[in-house]
Ligand binder design. Sequence first.
Ligand SMILES: Cc1cc2nc3c(=O)[nH]c(=O)nc-3n(C[C@H](O)[C@H](O)[C@H](O)COP(=O)(O)O)c2cc1C
Length: 373
Amino acid sequence: MDFRELAQKRLPDPMFHYIDGAAEDEWTYKQNTSSFDQYELIPRFLVDVDKIDTSTTVLGQKIDWPFFCSPTGYHRLFHHDGEEGAIRAAARAGTMFCLSTISTTTIEDVAKASDGPKVFQIYVLKDRSLSQEYIQRCKDANYDALCLTIDVPSNGRRERDLRTGMTVPPKLGLSGYMNIAKHIDWSFNYLTHRPTPSMVNLEHKVQKNSSGTSVMDFMNSQFDRTVTWKDAAWMIEQWNKPFAIKGILSVEDAKIAADIGASAVMVSNHGGRQMDGCPAPFEVIGDIVEAVGDKVEVILDGGVRRGTHILKALAMGAKACMGGRAYLYGLAAAGEEGAYRSLSLLREEVQNNMILLGATSIDQISSKHLRKV
Ligand SMILES: Cc1cc2nc3c(=O)[nH]c(=O)nc-3n(C[C@H](O)[C@H](O)[C@H](O)COP(=O)(O)O)c2cc1C
């Protein structure tokens, strides 16, 4: 959370609140982290914890500790190191990176930036040929897995963004531009680093398709409210490698995901950015593990700010955790080094608290370590 403060100082308000904000009253957003407080960890002592192994395997990739980076858009708006800096930070911190469709660095350039394990976050778009193109590009660039985000049939109402003007299309207004001008370090780097942030994975389509439509408008027009499980099944077939479905909050949807052949479900409410009032991942993950944990990997996404949150999720049956803001605040504050440092702190907390818990490997962490407050 120190990185959150540093990010707030460095970023203009519209960019900071785009990261920090969530939908409507932000109730779900707060629940995502506070739900971890409903459980305590029960340590066991006089166990030989001289050597511990924090590694695990998720989506076919061995990672050094059970947390990886969730897909988040627009990195170059936050720091000129962008997605390339973020994937390098993840690899240096011994973990996996998930690239967003609305990234400001291409699928190929991110793959070139690091040999670390990587996932691409995809949508079933109105133009199915574009989704198909992404699948092919990910195959060519050797991505290890795909994750299909299913919780954006419409955008959540993020009221901070409505106030600052970080909307589609942006409506920053005079006060927004003045605020940007006041953040000299950010503005200097924004103007002097190429290319100007944009949704680079889409640009070629916009040039071909339209006269004057911005890339943002084009992306927005691509969200398809008619998408169903049939389309998700189609995508799984096209990919033919580890495939996760992101945005699951119910046992029923988790069962369908398992039935259509997904390898993992990411239990997530998009960091509280979509529907306010829906449950926190930690509250529903136990039931989902019980229903489908023997068929698919169940990953918790959202609210993780501490190593103990990760351990509680594992004790609840999660295979691993992932998160966005935990590394984004670091990236926004200090680029690759900031993202690396924030991930490293989280990793150290996992290591130290595993020793205190009396667990020498991830598979030893179980419900016997949890107690409801
Ligand atoms: C600034 C920002 C941008 C995001 N962009 C995307 C995105 O492009 N695609 C996606 O599936 N999820 C996106 N998310 C949601 C994250 O993948 C993840 O679900 C969320 O950050 C988890 O909550 P946490 O930030 O508390 O860890 C975004 C989240 C943030 C904060």
